[in-house]
Ligand binder design. Sequence first.
Ligand code: HEM
Ligand SMILES: *[C@@H]1O[C@H](CO)[C@@H](O)[C@H](O)[C@H]1NC(C)=O
Ligand SMILES: *[C@@H]1O[C@H](CO)[C@@H](O)[C@H](O)[C@H]1NC(C)=O
Ligand SMILES: *[C@@H]1O[C@H](CO)[C@@H](O)[C@H](O)[C@H]1NC(C)=O
Ligand SMILES: *[C@@H]1O[C@H](CO)[C@@H](O)[C@H](O)[C@H]1NC(C)=O
Length: 329
Amino acid sequence: MHQLYPFVFSFLLVQTAIASSQLQPGFYSQTCPEAELIVRQVMRRAMIREPRSAASVMRLQFHDCFVNGCDASLLLDDTPYMDGEKQALSNINSLRSFEVIDEVKEAVESACPGAVSCADILIMAARDAVVLGGGPNWEVKLGRKDSLTASLEDSNRIMPSPRANASYLIELFNSYNLSITDLVALSGSHSIGKGRCFSIVFRLYNQSGTGHPDLNMDPVYREMLDRLCPLGGDGNVTGALDATPRLFDNQYFKDLVNERGFLNSDQTLYSGNDQTRKVVQHFSRNQEDFFSAFVEGMVKLGDLQSGQAGEIRKNCREVNKPTPGHFVI
Ligand code: HEM
Ligand SMILES: *[C@@H]1O[C@H](CO)[C@@H](O)[C@H](O)[C@H]1NC(C)=O
Ligand SMILES: *[C@@H]1O[C@H](CO)[C@@H](O)[C@H](O)[C@H]1NC(C)=O
Ligand SMILES: *[C@@H]1O[C@H](CO)[C@@H](O)[C@H](O)[C@H]1NC(C)=O
Ligand SMILES: *[C@@H]1O[C@H](CO)[C@@H](O)[C@H](O)[C@H]1NC(C)=O
């Protein structure tokens, strides 16, 4: 009889691990009913202080979820023993507004200590950034755990370059079971925010090593970008990703149709591939369809999970200190 106990115990643990990976709306309705309200309030304050923070926070969901699932690995600072993802090629000198996530976490922690994961906070904050920018609202699934580690190498290997072409992006998104429509809709997140000259100088002056600019660019728009980003200029200067960078709308797709895409990875969706072009054209004419496809894409993106053990971090920037007698499921 006694010998059965260890077996029963480990069986229960396995059940718990499976149950905890089941994401659902209202996951915190008992443990932190005000969580979503608090996130929304802090996001609203952050956007009043700095409108761009909406875009910067929303981008974090993409960079977190593509690298070993939505587990807040992106938020971990480097330690002497671990190179985090913040220094990765696509992230360094580029990702921003981590302090907004800290502020949300502090507010949520003071209402409900130890209850809400940083991974879920990212998902809620990204949704709120879209809503507060004039985009669609949707119900988010919650119940994620925070990772115990991060991977600089995985981020470097996975995250796409602004030089990427449409066929590469289709393949990449397909490897996450994200469709062509998902790719185009999610790229519509570039309806808000800014990018650096560093990300576009190659297409202004030497597209694919040709010594010439990208041909798929409206000449008036190119003159504007040439002035913003002269050859040999400051790579950290920023330009708007679409003509209405504070408003979450379908202007981004209208811009692509007019060859006024900022990044090569944006313009290629219209100019470089027949399948993505059709979707771009459709979204440029129908904002409602863009919004519903975007929501579907964000939910799928938020469903990506690593299957690794996790915890609810106290501070989003570091894993919890081990407490004797306690172990993580
Ligand atoms: C399809 C592949 C994608 C590529 C190649 C890409 C690349 C980039 C690049 C290069 C920038 C500008 C960074 C800089 O110059 O510092 C940027 C900005 C941004 N990206 Fe993406 N991105 C992609 C998809 C996404 C997705 C799926 C989302 C969100 C769901 C997203 C959200 C954003 C936002 C909101 C910004 C503006 C951030 C800010 O103003 O701080 N991107 N992206
Ligand atoms: C797209 O990019 C990939 C990877 O950089 C490259 O191998 C491929 O030839 C490119 N495809 C087209 C159609 O330019
Ligand atoms: C994609 O779908 C296949 C088949 O359903 C599944 O085996 C695979 O794990 C999925 N991949 C991801 C990254 O979700
Ligand atoms: C353009 O890029 C190619 C390939 O990287 C390089 O060989 C060439 O020198 C560059 N041309 C200019 C004008 O920078
Ligand atoms: C941008 O600024 C950072 C920090 O000041 C600096 O380290 C980096 O080299 C700059 N990047 C570019 C592309 O100029």
